[in-house]
Ligand binder design. Structure first.
Ligand SMILES: [Zn+2]
Length: 192
């Protein structure tokens, strides 16, 4: 952030009075520009023993597979955002969504909310931000071409729960160090 969105003057980094960390501050109009984590909402959509994945046409991780997900828009709920992403990325109708897990990614300043539900009629078709879509069983998952380690882990838990006929609510904090495998601090999953 370089310029004030209120008065277009250059910004400085400083700790505002009464605050405890640096912010972007406009010294001309005294606006403090707070930056806070973004919420990403996504969904695991199931149809007849398979789930929907999208091969990403956009960075990060273009060309790799993930579940439909994206930043929340202003004015929508996390659940609405997850359903919208499925529609946008895969022309997919999400039914019976329930919260699957909440994952904090402090290194990216993101909160990831994942829902699970049913893919209506098993219908999907690549949207603008997607190269292709596909339905995958646990055996046919494109493991070498998954976009995000966290999503791989989420899908492992999803299929384990599916096999066991249980529904759990996951809650974890993700620790990521450069070049190191992803680490999760998992809080005890809650049973539905
Ligand atoms: Zn200003």
């Amino acid at each position: 952030m370089k310029y004030c969105s209120e008065c277009a003057k250059p910004l400085v980094r400083m700790i505002p009075e009464g605050d405890d960390r640096e912010r972007y501050v406009c010294e001309y109009c005294n606006t403090v520009h707070y930056q806070n984590p973004k919420v990403v909402a996504g969904c695991i959509l199931h149809h007849q023993g398979k789930i929907l994945l999208c091969r990403r046409a956009i960075e990060p991780r273009s060309g790799y597979w993930s579940i439909p997900a994206g930043y929340l828009e202003n004015g929508e709920s996390a659940l609405q955002g997850a359903a919208r992403e499925a529609l946008e990325e895969a022309h997919a109708c999400a039914c019976d969504l329930r919260l699957f897990g909440v994952f904090a990614l402090p290194h990216l300043s993101q909160l990831y909310m994942v829902y699970s539900g049913e893919l209506r009629d098993g219908y999907c078709k690549a949207g603008d931000e997607t190269l292709e879509v596909g339905l995958f069983s646990p055996d046919t998952l494109p493991r070498q071409a998954m976009a995000f380690q966290l999503v791989e882990k989420i899908l492992q838990d999803y299929w384990a729960d599916h096999a066991a006929g249980r529904q759990r609510l996951y809650h974890a904090d993700v620790i990521s160090e450069p070049q190191a495998p992803l680490q999760l601090i998992e809080h005890e999953p809650a049973q539905y």
